[in-house]
Design a protein around this ligand. Structure first.
Ligand code: NFS
Ligand code: SF4
Length: 627
C-alpha cells in the first residue's frame, strides 16, 4: 500500500475517537467543541492586555484603548510578540544544541559525527583548526555560535551567506538582525506599554526578529545538529500509527531537541536493554516519533514516524504505547490526563516543559546515555501493564523517503551532471530544470496542523496540486509528515506528478516531495533557494519559488513566515494570522511589505484556490524573468 487517501485517514481517526469514548478519554475534538466560537477580539488581534489598565478591546464605539492604542497598534504588537516567542523557541533549542556541542568529547555521550561540516563552519567563522584537536575546534565553534545569541555589536554571521542583494536589502531597510536574543528583547521592549505605536515599525521588527531565527537560531540549530549527529542522507522509513508493534515495547518520542532523542535512539538499541525487554516478554523495543523529533530521528536513523501534531493523542489511544517521552514544544498538556486513561507513561524530561500529571524524569545531558537508558527502562517496565483488550493499532503505514539535506539533494543531482562538461556537487541541474521549464518552480510546504481547517487535507491537496503541475515540493515539520502518511514521500508518488517532474524524479531517483527535516531545518530550504539564486546570479524574489504553510498554528510558524518573506520568498498561509481587526496590518503584510523585502503574504483557506494562486504566482515570476 503506498497511497492513503484523506478519507481513509479520517476513518482511522474516527475509529480511534471511538476508542477514546470507550476509555472515557477527552481529545482535542471535544475541547474544540467546548470552546465553541473563538473570541472575536482575540481572533482579529484587537484585544490588548499588555498593561493592567486593560484588557482593552477595540470596537467601533471604543476605537482606542485607555492609553490611546488603536487597532493597528494592538494587532501589530500582538503579532510582533508572536514572532518574538517563535524565534525564542527555535533559538533556545539551537542554544541548547550549541551547549551540547560545547560539552562533546571523544569519550562522552556526545561526539562529533560530521567532522567535515565542523571544519567548514570553523573556516567560515575564522576559527583556526591547524594542529588543533578536533574537540577543541568543536568547542570553539560552539562558543562562537553561543556568542551569536548575545553579542553586543554587529549583525549575524550567517547573513554573509546570502546571495548578492539580499544582505544589502536587509541593511538598507534596517532589518538585518543583530544578536538573536537582542532582537527578541527589542520586540518585548518596543511592545511594552508606551513604546512603539506604529504598525509598520513593528512589522519591520518582526521581520528582523524572524530573520534572526531563520538566518540565526534555526540555521545554527541545523548546522550544529548535523555536526553532532550527522548530516542526513536519504533513508527509507515508514509512517503512520501502523508503525506501532503488537508485541514490542512501543516508545513514542515527541518534541524537538535531538540531544534527547538521539540518546533515546542509542538506548533503545542497547543490547542490555533489548535483552531486558525480552525478559519482560516483549520481542524488542520499537521507537516511533511524533512531530519534529520524529523528523530529526527519521532523517538520521530511519526511525519510523507515528505522525504529526494532531496525531499525538491518537498514538496514546492505540493503547499500545508504553511511554511517550517528550522534551519541548508542541506537546499537548492534555497528554498527561489522556495517558492516565491507558497504561501509557507520559514522561517529561525538560525543566523548560513541565506538565502537571506527567512523570518527570529530568534528562541529564552530562550523563546523557545513562540518563536515556533510565528513561527507556521505565517504558520497558511498563510493558507488563498493557491491557490487551484496549489495544487497537490501525493497519496503516506508508513507506517514505526522508533525509534530503542540501548535501544529499546535490548528490542526487550529480546523477545527471555530465562530469566532463560541468562541475559536480552544485545545484546547477535543479536551476537548469527550473529555467528550461521542465520544472515550473519549487515550493516549500511547511508547518503544523490546525483544527480551523480539515486536518492534513490542506497539506495533501496542495502537495498533490503542486506536483501534478510540475512544481517540485520540499517539506518539513508536520507538513512533511502529512505527506508521509498519505504516501507522498514514496518514490512511487512520482506517478502523481506531471510529465516534467516525473522525468526529473526518475533521472535523479527522488520522490516528488523531498523531506528536508524538522521546522528548524527550514533553514535548509532557505539555503537551497539561496544556492539556486547564487547560481543564477539573481536575488531570491525573482525566482519562481514560494513558501506555503497550509495549516500553521504556532508562534514558531509566525517567526518562520517572517523570515521566509524576509528572505524574499512569497508566503501563502492557509490560516489567517490574528491581525484582521487592523486594515493597516492586513495591508502591510499582504501588500506593502513587498516594497521592503521583495515578498509578501497571501492568505487563502481553501486549498484548491490557494493552489491556483500559488501556480499563478509561479508563472508570473517566470514571465517576469522571460523564462
Ligand atoms: Ni513546527 Fe515542530 Fe509541527 Fe508546527 Fe509543532 S512540531 S517545530 S510548530 S506543530 S510543524
Ligand atoms: Fe489598554 Fe493600552 Fe494597556 Fe493595552 S497598553 S491594555 S490598550 S491601556
Amino acid at each position: 500500500k503506498t497511497l492513503l487517501s484523506i478519507e481513509q485517514m479520517e476513518e482511522i481517526n474516527s475509529l480511534l475517537k471511538q476508542k477514546a469514548v470507550e476509555a472515557g478519554a477527552e481529545t482535542w475534538q471535544d475541547r474544540k467543541e467546548a470552546q465553541k466560537v473563538s473570541c472575536k477580539f482575540g481572533e482579529e488581534g484587537v484585544c490588548c492586555r499588555i498593561c493592567s489598565m486593560g484588557p482593552c478591546r477595540i470596537t467601533p464605539k471604543a476605537p482606542r484603548g485607555i492609553c490611546g492604542a488603536n487597532a493597528d497598534t494592538i494587532a501589530a504588537r500582538n503579532f510582533a510578540r508572536m514572532v518574538a516567542a517563535g524565534a525564542a523557541a527555535h533559538s533556545d533549542h539551537a542554544r541548547d544544541i550549541a551547549h551540547v556541542l560545547h560539552m562533546s568529547s571523544e569519550n562522552g555521550s556526545y561526539k562529533v559525527k560530521d567532522k567535515d561540516k565542523l571544519y567548514k563552519l570553523a573556516g567560515e567563522w575564522g576559527v583556526s583548526t591547524e594542529g588543533k584537536d578536533l574537540y577543541d575546534v568543536a568547542h570553539e565553534v560552539a562558543e562562537v555560535a553561543l556568542m551569536e545569541f548575545g553579542k553586543p555589536f554587529g549583525t549575524l554571521r550567517f547573513l554573509d551567506r546570502a546571495v548578492d542583494g539580499r544582505k544589502e536589502t536587509w541593511e538598507k531597510e534596517k532589518v538585518a538582525p543583530r544578536a538573536i536574543d537582542r532582537e527578541i528583547a527589542t520586540i518585548m521592549h518596543s511592545t511594552h506599554i508606551g513604546c512603539t505605536a506604529e504598525a509598520e515599525s513593528l512589522v519591520r521588527m518582526g521581520i528582523r526578529t524572524g530573520l534572526s531565527d531563520g538566518w540565526g537560531g534555526s540555521m545554527i540549530g541545523t548546522e550544529l545538529t548535523d555536526i553532532l549527529f550527522g548530516t542526513p542522507t536519504p533513508t527509507q522509513t515508514e509512517s503512520n500509527l501502523g508503525v506501532l508493534e503488537e508485541d514490542m515495547v512501543n516508545i513514542v518520542l515527541h518534541g524537538h531537541d535531538p540531544s534527547l532523542s538521539e540518546m533515546i535512539v542509542l538506548a533503545s538499541e542497547d543490547a542490555e536493554l533489548v535483552a531486558y525487554a525480552k525478559e519482560k516478554g516483549a520481542k524488542g523495543i520499537n521507537l516511533a516519533g511524533l512531530c519534529c523529533t520524529a523528523n530529526e530521528v527519521t532523517m538520521r536513523h530511519g526511525v519510523k514516524m507515528a505522525g504529526n501534531f494532531l496525531q499525538q493523542e491518537n498514538a496514546v489511544l492505540t493503547g499500545a504505547v508504553e511511554a511517550v517521552i517528550v522534551d519541548v514544544q508542541c506537546i499537548f498538556p492534555a497528554m498527561a490526563a489522556l495517558a492516565d486513561c491507558f497504561h501509557t507513561k507520559f514522561i517529561t524530561t525538560s525543566p523548560k516543559a513541565k506538565i502537571p500529571g506527567a512523570t518527570h524524569i529530568e534528562f541529564d545531558e552530562h550523563h546523557a546515555f545513562d540518563s536515556a537508558k533510565g528513561i527507556v527502562k521505565e517504558a520497558i517496565d511498563n510493558y507488563a501493564n498493557r491491557d490487551r483488550a484496549k489495544v487497537y493499532i490501525p493497519d496503516s503505514k506508508q513507506t517514505a523517503m526522508a533525509g534530503y539535506s542540501i548535501e544529499a539533494i546535490i548528490k542526487q543531482l550529480d546523477l545527471v551532471t555530465n562530469s566532463h562538461v560541468d562541475k559536480t556537487g552544485t545545484v546547477k541541474p535543479l536551476a537548469d530544470c527550473i529555467v528550461s521549464g521542465v520544472l515550473r518552480g519549487a515550493v516549500g510546504i511547511v508547518g503544523c496542523n490546525n483544527p480551523k481547517v480539515r486536518p492534513d487535507y490542506s497539506h495533501i491537496e496542495i502537495i498533490k496540486n503542486m506536483i501534478a503541475n510540475d512544481v517540485i515540493v520540499v517539506a518539513t515539520g508536520c507538513a512533511a509528515q502529512a505527506a508521509a502518511k498519505a504516501g507522498l514521500l514514496d518514490k512511487e508518488a512520482r506517478n502523481l506528478a506531471g510529465q516534467g517532474l516525473r522525468t526529473v524524479c526518475e533521472l535523479v531517483d527522488i520522490p516528488p516531495v523531498l523531506h528536508m527535516g524538522s521546522c528548524v531545518d527550514i533553514s535548509r530550504i532557505i539555503l537551497l533557494v539561496n544556492a539556486v539564486a547564487k547560481h543564477l546570479n539573481m536575488d531570491i524574489p525573482k525566482l519562481p519559488v514560494v513558501g506555503i504553510a497550509p495549516e500553521w498554528m504556532s508562534e514558531k510558524a509566525v517567526a518562520i513566515g517572517n523570515y521566509v518573506i524576509g528572505s524574499g520568498i512569497d508566503t501563502f498561509l492557509g490560516v489567517y494570522p490574528q491581525v484582521t481587526g487592523s486594515a493597516e496590518m492586513v495591508d502591510l503584510l499582504t501588500n506593502r511589505v513587498e516594497d521592503i523585502v521583495g515578498a509578501k503574504f497571501t492568505v487563502e483557506m481553501d486549498p484548491a484556490k490557494l493552489s491556483e494562486q500559488v501556480l499563478e504566482r509561479i508563472e508570473a515570476k517566470r514571465t517576469a524573468l522571460g523564462i
